[in-house]
Write a protein that binds this ligand. Structure first.
Ligand SMILES: [Zn+2]
Length: 485
């Protein structure tokens, strides 16, 4: 009865979708909430419990997702760290913001970044990033008052010097979920914890990026959950290779690596739990918008593309978790099924923080969808990928996904046709090309893709970054993560 009355009252004032039941006795949410943007490196959606994974990899992340609105079908702009995150923090696609896979260049200063927009809107801005591809030398610090390069800060703390040489086995010696969380809390306090000014804090965690080395406490978790799946050792990326303690040999078993991957996710989840508890202790839970996503997924064995991301257009690396939590403002437990892009985070955060939205964005605010209007995600979702030019292109519309492999090398190594259509509702792992049965639909989607490609403004200025000219430590970090191979 009380619920009925309350729903009627809320309907009268027109905010029924914005206020969860039970929050009526509290003060209204702040006009400019704090913003905590969490991006996880290499977290594929289907290894997250909230996205239906069979193993308990993410209890804390799942609980957080239930407090907000979860997008069941979120796609990155490019399944590689720097072009993906550049699109997220500029609200513009790779061709426009200047950050494609090649040429490497720092994020051009002509871009208005999310941090700059929020800083100009009165926010204290800070970031902790754990992937060297987001280093200051690549321009991702634009707009941040405090920018922590996690690996370097931790090396200084542990050894008194940032001049360490990295190697594959050492990647997570200096940065991992625990370190990033420690640095995040220190940064949060340095920014004033939202007391005088609201804060914008961006955290980019490196786990579960390979090589998958979970902390020792997780070494036995999920044992036996992934059956042995041996592949030729030469097919695995060198930076991923590990000795399997069970055999004492360098492992060529995808089952072993998939288990290690899941262990890393679970260890990350424990750090997210710690982060959220610390927010709670500081009394920040209610006034903080939490946005959770990933920069791309990971292909474990699919398409015979092992333990990597970036070179294929498939859902293994394209699909990531995405959810928004803001108690007192956004409903809890809501799920939006329609496809959206991680690029939409930009406009969504600006609207939720009442920050002016600059012109020329390719980012659509998801606020209407967050509030309950499922149809309010109007745009098609485009993605680029690949290592050969011309790049792979794909477009999503509802359950449909059209993939164009424009480079002959891609068609050769993927044993796939130039164009393929998938019905993800029936075929989520993209095993069955249904283009022949749906030629009209496929042609319409291809026209959308080509129109998008032609209409998207191209970035033409800016200097290139010669990776060989970067300092040796940055080169070592890149190499250890598999980027200079
Ligand atoms: Zn990444």
């Amino acid at each position: 009865m009380r619920l009925v009355l309350r729903a009627a009252l809320l309907a009268i004032v027109g905010v029924a979708t914005a206020l969860p039941l039970g929050s009526g006795c509290q003060r209204p949410p702040k006009e400019k909430p704090n913003v905590l943007l969490i991006s996880i490196d290499t977290l594929r959606a289907d290894h997250v419990g909230a996205y239906g994974y069979r193993l308990d990899t993410t209890p804390a992340i799942d609980a957080l997702a239930r407090r907000g609105v979860r997008f069941a079908d979120a796609t990155v702009a490019w399944p590689k760290t720097w072009p993906s995150m550049a699109a997220m923090v500029t609200g513009k696609p790779p061709q426009t913001n200047g950050i494609l896979l090649r040429p490497r260049r720092p994020l051009p200063p002509e871009n208005l970044t999310l941090a700059e927009a929020l800083r100009d809107g009165g926010y204290a801005t800070g970031a902790v990033v754990a992937n060297v591809n987001l280093a200051r030398s690549f321009g991702f610090d634009q707009g941040f008052e405090t920018y922590v390069e996690s690996w370097a800060d931790e090396a200084i703390r542990q050894t008194g010097s940032a001049s360490f040489r990295n190697a594959p086995g050492l990647v997570k010696r200096f940065t991992n979920g625990r370190v990033v969380t420690d640095q995040a809390l220190a940064t949060l306090d340095a920014l004033g914890s939202g007391k005088d000014r609201p804060f914008f804090l961006w955290l980019h965690y490196i786990d579960p990026h390979g090589p998958y080395v979970p902390p020792p406490a997780y070494a036995k978790l999920f044992a036996g959950e992934h059956p042995p799946y041996p592949v030729p050792l030469a097919d695995l990326p060198p930076y991923q290779l590990q000795i399997d303690p069970a055999t004492g040999q360098v492992s060529n078993d995808i089952g072993f690596y998939a288990t290690q991957y899941d262990r890393e996710i679970r260890s990350l989840d424990a750090q997210i739990s710690r982060l959220l508890a610390a927010l709670d202790e500081r009394g920040l839970t209610r006034d903080t918008l939490i946005v959770f996503t990933a920069d791309h997924g990971e292909s474990l064995s699919e398409n015979a593309y092992y333990l990597e991301h970036g070179d294929v257009p498939y859902q293994t690396t394209a699909a990531v978790p995405l959810f928004f939590v803001l108690e007192g403002r956004l409903p809890g437990g809501r799920v939006v099924e329609r496809p959206v892009g991680v690029i939409d985070i930009f406009a969504t955060i600006l609207e939720l923080t009442r920050t002016p939205v600059p012109p020329g964005l390719a980012s659509t605010s998801l606020v209407r969808a967050l509030e309950g209007d499922d149809a309010a995600t109007p745009q098609d979702v485009f993605m680029m990928s690949g290592k050969y030019e011309p790049w792979q292109l794909s477009v999503r519309e509802g359950p449909w996904k059209l993939v164009l492999l424009r480079a002959p090398q891609d068609r050769e190594w993927l044993h796939a046709p130039e164009r393929a259509l998938y019905d993800l509702a029936r075929d989520p792992t993209e095993q069955h090309d249904v283009l022949a049965e749906n030629r009209v639909l496929a042609a319409a989607l291809e026209k959308k893709l080509i129109d998008w490609l032609v209409a998207t403004p191209r970035y033409t200025g800016g200097a290139k970054t010669d990776l060989e000219q970067l300092d040796e430590r940055t080169q070592d970090m890149l190499r250890a993560l598999g980027y200079l191979e």
